[in-house]
Design a protein around this ligand. Structure first.
Ligand SMILES: Nc1nc2c(ncn2[C@@H]2O[C@H](COP(=O)(O)OP(=O)(O)OP(=O)(O)O)[C@@H](O)[C@H]2O)c(=O)[nH]1
Ligand SMILES: [Mg+2]
Length: 215
């Protein structure tokens, strides 16, 4: 019987593009950070704050959304090179793929850029399934999402090197402990680096900023 091609080949093709992209950007001295997390977890707010904190670094941004360019328009006000990928017209995929990033950067001016930040589509599952070509994967989990999310959505935490626990200013109003979120995340990925922070109060931002600055 003729072998039936499976989804494995789709991932293999994506992985090849991702591998080449990672190498190409490294050669240009650009660090590519893929920022993932649920809708509303605080990805755009983190990007905004990171750019505000590191004014001596040059950023380029790719915004992934199913519909609208609301986030891109917000970030564009900072005078940064920005590219919008909307998946809505192509079936509304809930993730970004390496080939789409490659197309985007082919149309962007990355001259002198230190960091390419990609805001992936708001989703705690699908974006983790596809290697975008990033050097670093970050998952942003807000405290309001609850302690159990690393256990319920493990792939995201397995694929991410960094966990940003956002909105820590809201902890006093919730039955959620930071320690339990970290413990659950480390059950899935014992090496994950954790940055609890609030862009509202600035708590924890200095540590995050220094980490990014020294990449
Ligand atoms: N209290 C508090 N609110 C925050 C913080 N960070 C973000 N928010 C709020 O959370 C909401 C969602 O933030 P966004 O940055 O838009 O979240 P997002 O992950 O980019 O959302 P999508 O792009 O729709 O997936 C906004 O109302 C922010 O003002 C924080 O540290 N503290
Ligand atoms: Mg956003």
């Amino acid at each position: 019987m003729k072998k039936i091609k499976t989804l494995r080949s789709v991932f293999a093709a994506n992985d090849q593009v991702a591998y080449e992209l990672r190498k190409e950007l490294k050669g240009k001295g650009i660090t590519f950070i893929n920022i993932m997390g649920s809708p509303g977890s605080g990805k755009t707010s983190l990007i905004e704050r990171t750019m505000d904190e590191l004014k001596d670094k040059k950023f380029a941004i790719i915004e992934g959304d199913i519909e609208t360019s609301i986030d891109a328009e917000k970030l564009q006000k900072k005078g940064v090179e920005i590219y919008q990928i909307n998946t809505g017209p192509f079936g509304g995929d809930c993730h970004l793929e390496a080939a789409w990033i490659r197309t985007a950067i082919g149309e962007m001016n990355l001259e002198g850029v230190d960091f390419l930040l990609v805001e992936n589509i708001g989703n705690l599952v699908c974006p983790a399934e596809f290697d975008t070509g990033a050097h670093i994967n970050v998952v942003v989990l807000s405290v309001t999402e609850g302690e159990d999310k690393p256990l319920k959505y493990p792939l995201m935490f397995r694929r991410s090197q960094i966990l940003v626990i956002s909105k820590t200013d809201l902890l006093p109003y919730l039955d959620v402990s930071l320690e339990n979120i970290v413990r659950n995340a480390r059950k899935i990925n014992k090496d994950i680096l954790v940055f609890p922070l609030s862009v509202k109060t600035g708590e924890g931002v200095e540590k995050w900023k220094n980490y990014i600055k020294n990449l």
